[in-house]
Design a protein around this ligand. Sequence first.
Ligand SMILES: *[C@@H]1O[C@H](CO)[C@@H](O)[C@H](O)[C@H]1NC(C)=O
Length: 367
Amino acid sequence: MLWVMQFSGFFSAAMLMIVLSPSFQSFPPAEAIRSSHLHAYLRLSSYQVSSSPYSPLDRFSFRKASEFGNADKCRSTDHKITGVCDPSLVHVAITLDVEYLRGSIAAVHSILQHSLCPENVFFHFLVSDTDLETLVRSTFPQLKFKAYYFDPAIVRNLISSSVRQALEQPLNYARNYLADLLEPCVRRVIYLDSDLVVVDDIAKLWSTNLGSRTIGAPEYCHANFTKYFTSGFWSAERFSGTFKGRKPCYFNTGVMVIDLVKWRRVGYTKRIERWMEIQKTDRIYELGSLPPFLLVFAGRVAPIEHRWNQHGLGGDNVRGSCRGLHPGPVSLLHWSGSGKPWDRLDSRRPCPLDALWAPYDLYRHSH
Ligand SMILES: *[C@@H]1O[C@H](CO)[C@@H](O)[C@H](O)[C@H]1NC(C)=O
């Protein structure tokens, strides 16, 4: 668990402390992290470097992650988990895209590091390239996972050209199809973006009460909701009328807890696709995969504590800006925005908080 206390003034002093939990055993102590005046002072462990340099993808080589195991308290020690339908599993879905692969691997690594019961976590990887499965296996030999090939043809006809090319990668839309892709026995899933790390036990997020809602996510009701849609959208009652009777708030689709049973029953995939169809003819928004989610779910989201999505850490690469954390506890750090920590670390111009991503990086530089 990570706590942030922000004191007075302009980014002036933020102090981070990782409170060691029993699940943190594979990490030596000395996780006292202090960041002040935008300089981070970090003492972080070095990893054991594996000696098997096997990689199916030429561009990538990852170190083998250290082994992980359940703490005594984990319920599954009573029985052996037999398959993806086991009710004691925590299901996590992440995309594995060549572009963001290093981030996805770090995200998985962070989840395992902070879980009291890492053997109870089952990963569902949405992949664009089937070779990635071999890479995952060699990096996390004991991992429970399944890879699902996401056919870009599913969305190609639904994607309109957008200002930001990166937002138009077909895999960005894979989250729309989780209810169809995953096994019917999987009743709930946590969807996570590839540019984040989890610094708390994912089981806590898993046990979120969604009430009558289909999805849960941290909401940001102070954000200007208007700007996510075009003026054409707001002036056309047949479009903007969809928000009638709702109090829509922005939420980030990079961290969502989804009730797949309700999703399948209502058929939300079709509702999202219907808005994507409209976008092809009537440009109702600018961004990619987010607005259809807002259209269908904004104002109908089970609110999750903001600690589970400290977003925006990517900042703006063009202006080279770095973002700080919002005050309050932190359970998940999300580098949304155009800058990514691995790029900035490689270019030796990191933002201070990128140092919080680095310990989860398993990428092996070739030189
Ligand atoms: C919200 O954004 C819209 C569109 O960008 C703008 O016209 C409006 O003034 C903004 N509202 C506030 C309260 O900032």
